[in-house]
Design a protein. Structure first.
Length: 216
């Protein structure tokens, strides 16, 4: 199971086709977009200034009874993105950076600059929403090839942040194995949490995977 800390707001290979669900690397945060009387800046070439990039060295680990707490400290939103709107038509952006708001954008002003899609529903073999200890989560399984791909991605992004994206919004953000000093193989199963409502968990699970109907 994926060892990660979820925050409110996890394809056999990245595809250039339509995409409704993906895991993407969090590159930096962006402020809430500022309403302007003139057209906003294009987000065609999204880049984070070096001082605001999220890198594993900015991860601060704090031991706790469950030994799984970690967070990014003193990483402010990149101010030069304040006038850049969210990316439109995310379904056609698998190979490029995007700027997206969280699914709970009404309660959080933070937006996310994300890298290209790392994993999509093509690699998911099962997904379901359930309530665990009073919180709604999504449990998922990956195909054999998907598990190998995700393990390689997680190893490359050890102590990095990965966003869970569906329908053009960030549903959750997780840190890869924040409590561990060295990388441990994840396996083909994981859990997505981070303050999801029942409706959000249900929608996310449905975007990640749909069971085949009889005869398919």
């Amino acid at each position: 199971m994926l060892s990660a800390v979820g925050f409110p707001l996890a394809q056999a290979s990245a595809s250039s086709g339509a995409e409704t669900f993906s895991f993407r690397q969090v590159l930096c945060f962006a402020p809430a977009v500022r309403a302007l009387p003139t057209p906003q800046r294009s987000n065609a070439k999204l880049q984070c200034l070096p001082a605001y990039r999220i890198v594993p060295t900015s991860l601060q680990i704090h031991k706790s009874p469950n030994n799984s707490t970690g967070y990014f400290e003193n990483v402010a939103p990149d101010p030069h993105l304040r006038e850049v709107p969210d990316t439109a038509n995310v379904s056609n952006t698998s190979s490029v950076n995007v700027l997206l708001s969280g699914v709970n954008a009404t309660t959080s002003s933070v937006r996310y600059v994300l890298g290209p899609a790392l994993l999509t529903s093509l690699s998911v073999s099962s997904a379901d929403s359930t309530q665990l200890n009073g919180q709604w989560v999504v449990n998922y399984g990956l195909s054999v090839h998907g598990a190998l791909l995700w393990d390689a991605i997680a190893r490359r992004n050890f102590h990095g942040e990965i966003a869970v994206v569906a329908n053009g919004m960030v549903y959750s953000v997780m840190i890869i194995e924040p409590s561990q000093r060295s990388y441990t193989q994840l396996g083909g199963f994981g859990e997505i949490n981070g303050g999801l409502t029942q409706s959000e968990a249900t929608v996310l699970a449905g975007q990640m995977w749909q069971p085949k109907k009889s005869g398919q």
